[in-house]
Design a binder for this molecule. Sequence first.
Ligand code: DGT
Ligand code: CA
Ligand code: CA
Ligand code: ZN
Length: 576
Amino acid sequence: MKNSEAARIFSEMANILDLAGENPFRIRAYRRAAMVIEGLPRDIAGMSKDELKKIPGIGEDLASKLLEIVETGTCKAYEAARRKSPAGLSLLLSIPGLGPKTARAIYEKFPIGSIDELERLAAGHRLKAAVPKIKDKTEQNILRGIELVRKGAGRRPLGKALPVAQDIISHLREKAPVKQLQIAGSLRRWKETIGDIDILATSDDPERVMDIFIHLPQVKQVLARGDTKSTVILAEGMQADLRVVEEGSFGAALCYFTGSKEHNIRLREMGVKRGFKINEYGIFDKKGKKIGGGKEEDVYRVLGLPLIPPELREDSGEIAAALSDKLPKLIELDDIRGDLHVHTKLSDGHNTALELAEAAIARGWAYIAVTDHSKGLGIARGLSVERMLEEIAEIDALNRKLKGFRILKGVEVDIRSDNTLDLPDEVLSKLDIVNASVHSGFRQTSEKITGRITAAMRNPFVTTISHPTGRLLGERDAYQVDMEEVLRVAADTGTAIEINAFPARLDLNDITARKARDMGIPLVISTDTHILEHFDYMSYGVAIARRAWLEPKDVVNTFELNKMLEVLHKKRLILK
Ligand code: DGT
Ligand code: CA
Ligand code: CA
Ligand code: ZN
């Protein structure tokens, strides 16, 4: 898969140009292209130039660069730009929250060579003393950013790790003599960040499978090569383990290596109490005779349990629930009937409402809500009241043509720093879906930022709070919002809370989503689509919902249109 590599090159290119103070339009073109390529489900390798040029945001120049990247793994313009730009500067820019201007200002005084050096300078207040724009707060942010980099080192967001693993799987399936082949570990449990990739297979020729695995084009370094187990580092930086096991042990191994470790320990303890030994090879009775292990169900069956879905295997009550036959009937992707957070060309998206509707119809959905940004969000080309009203009229016209599908009128309205919303109630009341969200003042106190969100929920027209904590995995921590308070007010006002499925966000996370459900708060799973292909992200949102134990009845966008609107508009009657 060349996409993530090309996206990385384009995004670094944008950063280098930004540091050099180059033309903002070129910088933006690279950033957008990086985002589009990253979200593209098709591998750019194998696409012709004409096909590449059909991708939104890719013109003649970027298409040539993509061809070059596919062929050579990099492109000349990027290599040249990189040679000109000092490594220390890129290092500074890799610190979350440190923008190009500040990075440049620091670098002029301190041409640093390592993160440790930067940490010493910030901790000793030497940045503040020497660099005019740096204040105490900037130094604190830099230290926090460094911590984030260190914490995230080695782990990858789910949305980055899964495509990498799927790519390995499809190569193995194509080239290696494997029979069964499965992703295990935290990836199979859809954990939000992934330490390493665990793959399990069966084969008549394990040695050959090992050979093929360690020679895959994605492999950068071989850490260990055994007869049935190998560990490699991929070019992308992640570690991957492949184990080949006996056919009769596959289920036991799959269960063992899916984890979590805590879940496994519970299973093993239960086994011991019942006189069984359970390990990665199988299930054994008191005499050491193997009584199962070919199928994962075997492990659960000997314990008197139904198969527990991998997403629940975190030792957070799933075993007790299974014992009393109270496992949830988890939501599935197929239960989703539409997407309530979608951007069009009119704000920062790439497609028209009609294109998005057609793509949604192709997925078997019954509705989408077009929720472009409101005007306060300068960077994302927010809509003024006039343009908002024009968009409403356009959607009305489209809906007259579409049969059996509805484009809902909506907005992602900015919650301003002073607690007010970016559009008057008079406009909001004309809309079906009002997603309110915070895009500024991330460093406000907990009281202030929580107050903004709760004030928005008290507006009768706000149907949903979008990406409630503002975190970006591996890039930005959540703002200091008091989620307990947000959930209380959500329950009081009947405001829905979003599980934003955009892989960099996954916000709400699984734990808070489960709390919200327990409090009876309506939940919405949304993709925050900016290009058609982002609709694919729905599966990440559904995974978070499954890890939160949600059933279809807990998620508003599994309902048919009228029932969905009824739930989201109930507060209009109560709060009026
Ligand atoms: P990760 O890679 O950190 O995102 O998380 P996992 O869950 O994939 O963990 P990993 O790769 O270290 O190991 C894969 C699975 O193997 C893990 O989920 C459970 C099992 N496992 C690993 N070490 C142990 C152990 O010491 N005891 C038990 N019972 N299971 C283990
Ligand atoms: Ca793992
Ligand atoms: Ca592992
Ligand atoms: Zn959005």
